[in-house]
Ligand binder design. Structure first.
Ligand code: ADP
Ligand code: F6P
Length: 372
């Protein structure tokens, strides 16, 4: 540990995500084993302003690795966007002897971390959000758990959809990003997957696909719809009116944010927590911990933001996120997808194109010879 950092703070901010507790635990235990004291900051940046700090020791993080949510609580503290408030926040940290902070959250939380770093409180960010919408980082804490939860829920919905010969639209979270929808849609064998990065709002095409599929003898139809598109209930009504097929919408909502973290989320969160403490010990500031091809490493936060910005750009630009991906709104049993290309591309790496198993893979190879 560097001499000047005697106490670090740890906070969770933005939407909670399963695995945040594992990260808190790793931060606390790694710091303590390095002889550094840890203060838990309650409810994100709000806790700094309200001076809600708790001294943490080995025991205070016992028995939490398996728990969803965050023992520190989280909040959205909009006033922290104001420069005067950030300055005040940095002063409070100094007053309480907090020399540096580990911020666990999404890209909004990272901006708060940047602002505190610029005001003399070194911060390191750990990606915590179920949305996986942080650029240059293929993994965020909570994403794996949320996807497994969704996958289980959609399997259940398929059971009843099949029994009733229905069409079901399942709306999943992800804010403006389609990662949860894409991965669970594939994992659940959804007949259609609607992604904000790709969907062209051609509902007639969607309806045609349902009708075609029914004519081929398919008795039920699952559509995974990302919340970035939303409007699942009205969409269901329009589909039922146009096709005569009973259609139901299920909005999975906040159940996707809870639950015990998966093995992957526990392990990666633990590795990232320890890594963040090491970064601060080396005197680093304003950096973000990432997972890259299975390796835990870090990036300069500024670089990250220059590289971002799929989600802050207009729809036309965003649609390039999955470019070359063939169809995302997938005709039954026949699809090709380019996975993971956007983030790699942002890092200047050659995109990998994966073709996922499908019944008509040869057909798609003919349609998209440029895809491997
Ligand atoms: P996430 O971190 O999951 O993206 P939010 O976007 O809600 O979630 O951000 C979480 C918190 O981070 C906000 O409530 C606020 O306290 C802080 N924050 C967000 N944007 C900024 C910003 N531009 N400047 C400073 N702090 C910010
Ligand atoms: O960022 C996580 C997330 O669950 C998003 O998927 C969703 O859009 C948002 O948070 C919901 O926020 P809230 O919990 O404030 O309703």
């Amino acid at each position: 540990m560097s001499k000047e950092i005697k106490t670090i703070g740890v906070l969770t901010s933005g939407g909670d995500a399963p695995g945040m507790n594992a990260a808190i635990r790793a931060v606390v235990r790694k710091a303590i084993s390095n002889g550094v004291a840890v203060k838990g900051i309650k409810k994100g940046y709000m806790g700094i302003l309200n001076e809600e700090f708790i001294d943490m020791d080995q025991k205070s993080v016992a028995d939490i690795i398996q728990k969803g949510g965050t023992i520190l609580g989280t909040a959205r503290c909009l006033e922290f966007k104001e420069p005067d408030v950030q300055k005040y926040g940095a002063e409070i940290c100094r007053k309480h002897g907090i020399d540096a902070i580990v911020v666990i959250g999404g890209d909004g939380s990272y901006r708060g971390a940047r602002d505190l770093s610029e005001r003399g409180i070194p911060c390191v960010g750990i990606p915590g959000t179920i949305d996986n919408d942080i650029a240059c980082c293929d993994y965020t804490i909570g994403y794996d758990t949320a996807m497994n939860t969704v996958m289980d829920m959609v399997d259940r919905i398929r059971d009843t959809t099949e029994s009733h010969d229905r069409c079901s639209i399942v709306e999943v979270m992800g804010r403006n990003a389609g990662y949860i929808a894409l991965w669970t849609g594939v994992a659940n064998g959804a007949e259609d997957i609607l992604l904000p990065e790709k969907y062209d709002y051609n509902e007639q095409e969607l309806i045609n696909n349902i009708v075609r599929s029914r004519k081929r003898g398919k008795t039920h139809h699952i559509i995974v719809n990302a919340e970035g598109i939303g409007h699942s209930t009205s969409m269901a009504k329009r589909i039922e009116a146009a096709t005569g097929i009973e259609t139901r919408a299920t909005i999975l909502g906040h159940l996707q944010r809870g639950g015990s973290p998966t093995c992957k989320d526990r392990v990666y969160a633990s590795l990232m927590g320890a890594y963040a403490v090491d970064l601060l010990a080396k005197g680093e500031s304003n950096r973000v911990v990432i997972e890259d091809d299975g390796k835990i490493t870090d990036l300069d936060r500024q670089v990250k933001f220059e590289l971002v910005p799929a989600y802050y750009e207009p729809y036309e630009r965003r649609s390039s996120l999955y470019e070359d991906s063939g169809r995302i709104r997938i005709p039954s049993g026949c699809f090709s997808l380019a996975f993971g290309i956007s983030k790699k591309r942002q890092q200047g790496k050659i995109p990998d194109v994966y073709i996922l198993g499908c019944q008509c893979i040869e057909h798609h190879r003919q349609l998209h010879p440029h895809l491997r």
